[in-house]
Design a protein around this ligand. Structure first.
Ligand code: SF4
Length: 488
């Protein structure tokens, strides 16, 4: 790449070329984190900037970065590049240092681009490292901020304490998906269909789902079920009597003696009624979610939630009156039109309600979401998640006597932030931790549900997916069951 090259202003691609592609994914994810998902191509023609990576057998490796202004950054480093275990973090640190120098900023998670950063600290603790040393290693090996290292350690310690009695080998969790919602939220990428349009299919959906439940209850006989999660979609989009039949079916099909948690997402306040809450309360359900996402009416309208702040409060008060003593609330940081002012308002409203769990998400630009598809329309309104928002949320959680207990990251979160679950000790959503830890099988039923089979003695994880489309799920239910049978 020659110096002083002119980059045409209209080109927005990054060229990544390497003589060996084994680190391409790692370099790409870092580039994406710094340049907010700018397109990356394996070419040097018609691109705005170029990363050229050359590995050598007998001399130092070289990374050359040519910026859009034509400035060249050159770094050399050594090590056996064929040993990815050994060199992966070195390569990432070299790339990271170049990008920090060029952009003039750092990333909160440093070189970490994976979904489960806590797993790294957990492993270090399991290997016998002290908390202090594990945190120090995290800071120096991955260049995270002090705050991210600290929260990862707090989450790892909390997870260990919550999961200490779980014997993964013979236990499993169950997920049931109800893929209907009152309307589609702007940022949604889940399997979700508007209930009004799909009403005529709900009965057939439940019939197919009950067949899958029958299969699962037989196939898992002899294994202990420890947690159940009914999500979706919004399960409370079903009518009270459909919900009651579903819960009865679960109760009759599985032994619930060892179930430590049974969560139902009553997510959308516009789907909640007193009758449905009573159905849930008089079943084995132990935990529900009522999700405001924001406590600003203007934003709720903008993101297509079709409910008001007042409805959130009413649904929450109703749930408490019915008797629920474990209620989660989800919030999203970085929603369109929201800055620190709106987030502060939301957090102070939530702090008055005093839920038992608080889940803080950072807005992700999911490919399949309407937000991403129509992103031009929201240009100038997406101020993103900030460190300050997450710090304030952490502070509010602490004021509510909560501790962080699970954390994960997603692709396409501008600014490379994370999602964190907080809970009052003893009320943690165990299913949420189990799905992150990947230490036991999670059998997932319903349209779009993805099962994870953990064979711990072989250190192996396999997955099966159900089709997302409701009609196809109903038509091909036998095939969905067969996919599971082959795994079990
Ligand atoms: S409530 Fe959840 S699943 Fe339903 S549309 Fe909104 S984001 Fe998607």
């Amino acid at each position: 790449m020659e110096m002083g090259r002119e980059f045409p202003a209209e080109k927005t691609m990054i060229g990544l070329v390497a003589n060996d592609d084994r680190y391409d994914y790692d370099i790409r994810t870092l580039l994406q984190a710094f340049f907010d998902n700018e397109k990356i191509v394996a070419d040097t023609a018609n691109v705005r900037m170029v990363f050229k990576v050359t590995f050598h057998e007998d001399k130092e490796h070289c990374i050359l970065f040519t910026s859009p202004e034509g400035k060249v950054y050159e770094r050399h480093f050594s090590g056996n590049y064929k040993d990815k275990m050994q060199l992966r973090n070195v390569v990432k640190n070299v790339v990271y240092d170049i990008l920090c120098e060029y952009t003039g900023h750092t990333l909160p998670w440093g070189t970490l681009t994976g979904i489960r950063p806590v797993k790294i600290i957990t492993r270090l603790l399991e290997e016998g490292m002290s908390s202090k040393a594990a945190k120090q290693h995290f800071l120096s090996a991955y260049q995270t901020t002090e705050q991210k290292a600290d929260i990862s350690l707090r989450v790892a310690l909390r997870e260990q304490s919550v999961l200490k009695d779980i014997a993964y080998e013979n236990q499993y969790s169950l997920y049931i998906g109800i893929p209907f919602c009152p309307s589609r939220c702007l940022y949604c990428s889940f399997t979700s269909f508007p209930i009004k349009l799909y009403e005529s299919m709900v009965e057939d959906y439940l019939t197919a789902l009950f067949l899958e439940i029958d299969f699962a209850s037989h196939a898992m006989r002899g294994r202990q079920l420890v947690s159940i999660y009914i999500g979706g979609g919004t399960p409370t989009s079903l009518s009270a009597s459909q919900l009651e039949r579903l819960l009865k079916k679960v109760e009759e099909s599985f032994c619930l003696e060892d179930v430590r948690e049974f969560t139902v997402e009553a997510g959308r306040p516009d789907s909640i009624t007193l009758e449905k809450l009573q159905v849930l309360y008089h079943s084995p359900v132990t935990r529900i979610s009522i999700n405001p996402q924001t406590m600003n009416d203007k934003t709720l309208e903008l993101i297509g939630r079709a409910h008001t702040v007042e409805q959130v409060k009413r649904a929450y008060v109703l749930a408490r009156e019915v008797g629920f003593d474990n209620v989660n609330m989800d919030l999203i940081m970085g929603l369109p039109g929201e800055t620190m002012t709106e987030v502060s308002h939301t957090l102070s409203e939530i702090s008055r309600l005093k839920p038992d769990n608080l889940t803080i998400h950072s807005l992700a630009m999911k490919r399949a979401s309407n937000l991403n598809i129509m992103k031009e329309q929201y240009e100038g309104m997406l101020y993103g998640t900030t460190d300050e928002m997450l710090r304030r949320a952490d502070q509010v959680a602490e004021e509510l006597s909560m501790q962080p207990y699970y954390l994960y990251r997603q692709k396409n979160i501008p600014g490379n932030f994370e999602n964190i679950g907080y809970s009052i000790p003893g009320k943690e959503g165990i299913y949420n931790i189990l799905i992150m830890e990947e230490k036991h099988t999670i059998l997932a039923l319903g349209a779009g549900a993805s099962s994870k089979y953990v064979y711990s003695s072989e250190d192996r994880i396999e997955r099966t997916e159900n089709v997302k489309d409701v009609k196809l799920y109903i038509e091909r239910i036998e095939e969905m069951i067969e996919r599971k049978r082959s795994m079990l």
